[in-house]
Design a protein around this ligand. Structure first.
Ligand code: R5P
Length: 284
């Protein structure tokens, strides 16, 4: 098995090589003076099963993925599995208004062109998998996140910021062996959410709020503030995909967050939970 790591997911690619005892494919990646990207695969992957790993965030990484897929195909790979740790554009998964692009579908269809199988982690909604025109599967980062939280030995409650995230909170609470609950969220626009107070028993509790994505941090910051009003002791802001747009981390810390925890689907300074073991399990 051969693994090609895109620049958004090099660390995961190397972790996965260790997990699967696979070879890390050498390549040249450079930019032309006008900033266009150039990719060349250096190893012989003719008739091999090749796994390409690349998070599709931000836009330049998507173009890089397309070029990697093409280079691998042109190099004669027998089978191409594309692993997308964080599938960007997944939140626009339907036409909310007439005339809009269904971004998740547009991306999925293009990625499917040079792939035999697609694997992703905690997609925003599971139904986006059907937009891929090749076999597509997802895995959940929750077991690894829950293991990390369980090791803290102090989590009393797992909280979902909205009902949509309740299943994740419930799954994590089973592993940690603690309570779970959810808040009531209404999204006003891309950057504004309203978190409705709810009768929460959070007094003197250490609470981990778990969401799939932290983007602007608005959802988490509001939830943290609510929790603090209820007298929570320590509050952990936890997510699978840490985008941290718009100084989200600062927003969370000034809302009273004690620690920010994310996986490495998007590599950042809060990537404390590795997802390579989960992907390796799926591939095996
Ligand atoms: C939305 O449904 C997602 O699950 C997240 O709650 C959302 O993407 C977080 O965005 P933000 O950090 O901008 O509030």
């Amino acid at each position: 098995m051969y693994i090609v790591g895109g620049s958004a997911s090099e660390k995961i690619a190397k972790d996965l090589c260790r997990e699967l005892k696979a070879s890390y494919v050498k390549k040249i990646t450079k930019r032309f003076p006008d900033d266009e990207l150039y990719i060349q695969i250096l190893d012989n992957i003719n008739k091999k099963h090749v796994i390409i790993i690349q998070t599709t965030y931000s836009d330049q990484k998507i173009v890089e993925l397309f070029l990697l897929q093409n280079a691998v195909k042109e190099a004669g790979a027998k089978e191409i599995t594309v692993v997308i740790p964080y599938f960007g554009y997944a939140r626009q998964d339907t036409k909310f208004k007439e005339g809009e692009a269904i971004s998740a579908k547009a991306m999925a269809e293009l990625i499917s062109l040079n792939a035999d199988k697609i694997i992703t982690v905690d997609p925003h909604k599971e139904h986006i998998l059907k937009f891929f025109t090749k076999t597509s599967i997802s895995c959940s980062a929750i077991p690894e996140i829950a293991k990390y939280l369980k090791n803290k030995k102090n989590i009393d409650m797992v909280l979902a910021p909205d009902k949509g995230a309740l299943d994740r909170a419930k799954q994590a609470s089973k592993i940690i062996k603690c309570d779970f609950d959810h808040m009531e969220k209404t999204r006003i626009d891309g950057a504004t959410v309203q978190i409705k107070p709810k009768n929460l028993d959070a007094r003197n509790k250490n609470v981990a709020i778990i969401d799939d994505i932290i983007s602007t941090g608005g959802t988490m910051a509001k939830s943290i503030k609510e929790l603090k009003k209820y007298g929570a002791k320590k509050v952990y802001a936890v997510c699978t995909h840490g985008l941290f747009a718009d100084n989200a981390d600062k927003k969370l810390m000034s809302a009273g967050c004690n620690e920010i925890i994310s996986t490495d689907t998007i590599e950042n300074k809060f990537s404390k939970v590795k997802i390579a073991p989960l992907i390796a399990q799926l591939i095996r």
